[in-house]
Design a protein around this ligand. Structure first.
Ligand SMILES: [Zn+2]
Length: 359
């Protein structure tokens, strides 16, 4: 018994395979194009409405997400995580918060066996000002993650089919999956405190800490399955500058920055920013540790989950104002992010294994 546990431990700490995408594969990564149109774009337009937790707008965007996955990505599982809380703005009423979890694992894995690239954004919008849309905060990040999911889908199918045929699977490298968390209740109802913010994330992190997988699972609970918690927030304005916040995930930051740089040099990106979106590749160890931004990652980070936080500093000029709407987005930047994040997920999930053959 002891021996087996030791084996499992060594499996779960081994290094994942990581092969860079070829130039040819980078060129095939789609931008999403008109699906990010603010008026009738299939992915983005339906999210550009007020969607305060517990309101009709919130239900509408939930339906948009669920319909999209049910119709177009039937191999992804859909899970709801519901909680309620009182808020300082809503008195005795219990406000409902609904996190959505869309997951694609290899078909052979059992509960607690897969390691999961975890891509995250919040879909709720701020309670005030009335009519606030939150295009960068975080309608665009949600739409980007829908695009990433659908771009991955056929390659994941191909990869799983090939691995199944070869009888592979059962190692950390092979048991890799991806999940997309669309979280509710990120915003404060009145002003940001530990109890008035992150309603959905706090409830989910707690629930996952309390959910133990069957004994002898590779991972003891859903938190330990997360290889990286990649949180997108406030994306969609021109000239974003994303710091590398955490030394523990700086290697992943650098991988994403390299993708950006390669795509830019290959002429695959549309925006012409005054500096790279991810300018801190060469940050040195002693430069880390000077603060971070409070966001949905906090309850997960406190429980030891590795975090890659993609949030610009400074925040977009429109942050938490009525101007954070579709008209103030920079769509070339939005489509560039869609490409960069999709390519990052391809690379993480080792898609060179199923790269289309170049002619
Ligand atoms: Zn916000």
């Amino acid at each position: 018994m002891k021996f087996l546990r030791l084996i499992l431990l060594s499996l779960s700490t081994s290094v994942l395979a990581y092969t860079s995408l070829s130039d040819d594969f980078l060129k095939l990564v789609p931008s999403g194009g008109d699906d990010f149109d603010i008026h009738n774009g299939k992915l983005l337009a339906p999210i550009l409405i007020p969607r305060v937790s517990g309101t009709a707008g919130s239900l509408k965007v939930q339906e948009h997400f669920v319909n999209f996955f049910q119709k177009e990505l039937p191999k992804w599982t859909i899970e709801w995580h519901n909680s309620t809380s009182k808020t300082p703005a809503t008195g005795d009423r219990d406000v409902p918060f609904a996190n959505l979890i869309f997951k694609r694992e290899p078909p052979w894995v059992k509960q607690g066996q897969s390691n999961l690239l975890t891509l995250v954004a919040h879909y709720d919008s701020k309670y005030t000002p009335d009519g606030f849309v939150g295009a960068t905060d975080s309608a665009v990040p949600c739409a980007i993650l829908m695009h990433t999911a659908r771009s991955l889908d056929k390659y994941l199918t191909q990869m799983h089919d090939e691995m199944d045929a070869l009888g592979e699977g059962g190692t950390v490298e092979m048991d890799m999956g991806v999940q997309i968390l669309l979280l509710d209740g990120e915003e404060a109802f009145v002003s940001w405190t530990d109890v008035d913010s992150l309603y959905g994330a706090r409830a989910l992190a707690q629930a996952w800490e309390d959910t133990l997988h069957p004994s002898l699972s590779t991972y003891r609970n859903p938190l330990s399955q997360i290889t990286a918690f990649v949180l997108l927030d406030l994306l969609g304005a021109a000239n974003p500058k994303i710091p590398s916040f955490f030394q523990t995930t700086h290697w992943a930051y650098k991988n994403m920055a390299t993708i950006e740089d390669r795509m830019r040099k290959l002429g695959l990106l549309e925006a012409t920013p005054n500096s790279p979106f991810l300018p801190e590749s060469s940050k040195e160890p002693h430069q880390f540790g000077r603060g971070h931004v409070e966001d949905d990652h906090i309850p997960f980070m406190r429980r030891g989950v590795p975090i890659l936080h993609l949030i610009p500093t400074p925040f977009p000029r429109v942050w938490h104002t009525m101007d954070d709407d579709g008209d103030h987005l920079d769509l070339p930047t939005v489509r560039d992010w869609a490409k960069i994040i999709t390519a990052f997920a391809f690379e993480w999930l080792d898609m060179m294994e199923v790269a289309p053959q170049s002619q």
